[in-house]
Design a protein around this ligand. Structure first.
Ligand SMILES: Nc1ncnc2c1ncn2[C@@H]1O[C@H](COP(=O)(O)OP(=O)(O)O)[C@@H](O)[C@H]1O
Ligand SMILES: [Mg+2]
Length: 657
């Protein structure tokens, strides 16, 4: 096939008669084939052949293959393009047909027809040189004659100008740019004419232009027309600056400017605005570089996705979360130790050891703001105020408070989130909590760490290890986010009922503060300082409507509650408040509590015993009376007794008989 003139195509070529598209050398076009001769060409030549030569066919444009095999051939267009069939796809629906993908190689002229059936075979004359080009576009034309050199230069510049007006991020534009720099200039008219928006008639003119000079002359006006059209389009769009961006961004698959007129859908408009707003938010979220890079990448993907795609919503949610997270938003600590002491004292009675340690912690924090703090863990029986002390520490510091209940959590993704590849994936509780509070230095109360479970889904305690280690938690990576979030500003406080069930590694990261149960006196104080006022307020009562004396509280504690904390005491006080509320609502004035306190079991027992005694006494008294009456009656009727006795004897007598 090779001779001094470069690569030669076979001199006999089977011809594909096409009516719909024009194949130019250097471009690839898909042809649909369903007429008899063309079908035969595919099945007998392309599908049977095994050599590369057998895949080369000639495409004759502007000539329709007759519907029936027997019909005479119409006159063929004289010039065609030899091409390689790079893909053949067959289908039986809706009728048998093939789809051919053909890449054009060079022009040829039909010299004579050799046969018409089963497919057209012709003797052809190659018109273009098929060299293995090595010279790039910029130097290629040096040896050419003057006028052609001038023309090709003009053409190249026009092509560059067109490129300058298009968005390089669109794949087809980028491809165009690459081709422009790497192809020899003599191939440019064919390649450019096939890429820009031209009609079949115009393409046919380029195909028919056998001499290179003529070809440049034919293709150049098409290119300039395209540039003018684009300029006009940009001018009209400039009136509405929002749209300008879209003018330049051709959607993928869109071939150059003509398509851009079709981008006026409502959805597209909203979509674009949405993406722009989101992009603004991403830049405004003040996130670290790594996170910003991920966000911009996702945003780029989002822009290319149609809204109907399921992944669109996932990516959108992800970006929304990233934007909402408080990457650099924080509250300012108000650290006044004296004020903190009074606040803590006001909120909670007793708990001296715990309060002292908390104050120490706050004092150190005041001296050194970037304290990588120990994680405090309050351990004690239920109801001793562990949770509520955590809340009051947050208030003392002027920080946001968030409680994470860990009781019964047995899935590690609860802490660290799911990977985004899972359906229904979510971020973990830590990241969720940060999103809720909206600042990066809240007080997180990890409630009931001792009740963490373990399951097949992993060990949540292990996931907490990273969260609670001050040395590591500045780069905590949630599976859902997949970028590090700095937790070092978060103040973690944990609570537990016992240290026995806390995994040793976790316990090791925490400073345990025992919160013992309260004494009787402390409980009385707590009741009067905190619980009773609280309950009164909750039930809408005033202190005038209900006064509970100290002794009564003591009685309630000693007789009705048996606990380390004060929860059930609080409930009992609540019960009293409810009873009073009923009386108040009925219109009674109640100030004495004794009437309202339900009787204790021992009192009930005492009462029944007394009653029994009284009843027995009265019974005994009445029995005594009865006895005396009977006796006196017997005395009065002594004879009757005597009389009765003989009757008995008489009976005995009768019996003996
Ligand atoms: N020392 C205290 N001073 C005031 N109220 C307290 C004190 N200890 C407990 N309480 C109250 O007891 C109730 C239960 O406390 P909570 O913190 O929920 O207990 P737990 O230790 O089980 O987390 C809360 O209403 C809290 O205000
Ligand atoms: Mg609690």
């Amino acid at each position: 096939m090779t001779s001094d003139g470069g690569i030669k195509i076979p001199s006999r070529l089977p011809l594909l008669l096409s009516h719909e598209g024009v194949l130019l050398p250097g471009s690839t076009v898909r042809f649909s084939v369903d007429s008899p001769r063309n079908m035969q060409l595919v099945s007998q030549r392309l599908l049977r052949g095994t050599s590369l030569k057998s895949t080369i066919i000639g495409v004759i444009p502007n000539t329709r293959d007759p519907e029936h095999d027997t019909d005479d051939l119409p006159t063929l267009h004289k010039i065609g393009t030899a091409g390689i069939a790079v893909q053949v796809v067959g289908s039986n629906w809706p009728k048998p047909h093939y789809s051919l993908l053909i890449t054009g190689l060079c022009r040829f002229r039909v010299s004579s027809l050799l046969k018409e059936r089963p497919f057209v075979l012709a003797e052809v004359e190659q018109l273009d040189k098929l060299d293995q080009y090595t010279t790039p576009a910029t130097e290629g034309a040096a040896a050419e004659d003057e006028e052609l050199g001038e023309l090709s230069k003009k053409f190249y510049q026009a092509a560059v100008q067109l490129l300058g007006m298009l968005d390089m991020s669109v794949p087809v534009v980028a491809k165009f740019r690459r081709l422009l720099d790497s192809l020899p200039r003599e191939t440019l008219p064919d390649v450019v004419a096939s890429m820009i928006r031209t009609s079949n008639k115009e393409k046919l003119q380029v195909l028919d232009a056998v001499s290179l000079e003529e070809r440049f002359k034919k293709a150049l006006p098409m290119l300039t027309k395209q540039i003018e059209g684009l300029k006009l389009l940009q001018k009209t769009r400039k009136m509405n600056p929002d749209n300008e961006k879209r003018v330049l961004s051709v959607r993928k698959g869109g071939v150059f400017p003509g398509r851009q007129f079709n981008l006026d859908g409502e959805d597209e408009e909203e979509d674009g605005d949405d993406a722009v707003a989101l992009e603004k938010k991403v830049h405004g979220a003040n996130m670290p570089d790594a996170a910003l890079r991920v966000c911009l990448k996702e945003l780029k993907r989002l822009k290319k996705m149609p809204q109907s795609m399921p992944e669109y919503a996932l990516t959108r949610n992800y970006l929304d979360l990233m934007v909402e997270l408080p990457w650099s938003k924080s509250t300012k600590d108000c650290l006044d130790i004296r004020a903190a002491r009074t606040l803590l004292d006001n909120d909670h009675y007793a708990m001296d050891k715990l309060k002292r340690r908390v104050l120490e912690y706050l004092a150190v924090r005041q001296l050194k703001t970037s304290l990588k703090g120990p994680i405090l863990c309050f351990v004690g029986p239920p109801g001793v105020g562990k949770t509520s002390v955590g809340r009051s520490i947050a208030r003392t510091l002027g920080r946001e408070f968030h409680r994470i209940a860990l009781g019964g959590v047995c899935d590690q993704s609860d802490i660290r989130g799911h990977r985004r590849t899972y359906v229904g994936s979510m971020p973990g509780r830590i990241i969720n909590g940060l999103k809720t509070v909206g600042v990066n230095n809240p007080v997180f109360l990890l409630d009931e760490v001792d009740k963490l479970g373990k399951s097949l889904q992993g060990d949540p305690a292990a996931a907490l290890l990273e969260v609670l280690d001050p040395e590591q938690n500045h780069s905590f990576t949630d599976h859902y986010l997949n970028v590090a979030f700095d937790l070092s500003q978060v103040l973690f406080i944990a609570t537990a009922n016992t240290t026995a069930t806390i995994p040793p590694a976790l316990l090791d990261r925490m400073e345990v503060l025992q919160v013992p149960g309260y004494t009787q006196e402390e409980r009385v104080e707590i009741a009067h300082r905190h619980l009773i006022p609280n309950q009164l307020e909750q039930h809408g009562l005033t202190p005038q409507q209900l006064h509970i004396p100290q002794e009564t509280t003591q009685d309630i504690i000693s007789r009705y509650t048996r606990e380390a904390g004060v929860r059930s005491l609080e409930r009992k006080i609540g019960a009293i408040c409810r009873a009073v509320a009923v009386k108040v609502a009925e219109g009674h004035r109640v100030t004495k509590t004794e009437d309202l306190i339900p009787e204790s079991p021992t009192q009930q027992g005492g009462k029944t015993l007394k009653n029994l005694q009284k009843e027995m006494q009265s019974m005994l008294a009445s029995m005594l009376c009865f006895y005396v009456i009977i006796l006196s009656w017997f005395k009065m009727n002594n004879w009757q007794c005597k009389y009765q006795l003989p009757t008995c004897n008489g009976l005995q007598h009768q019996c003996t008989h």
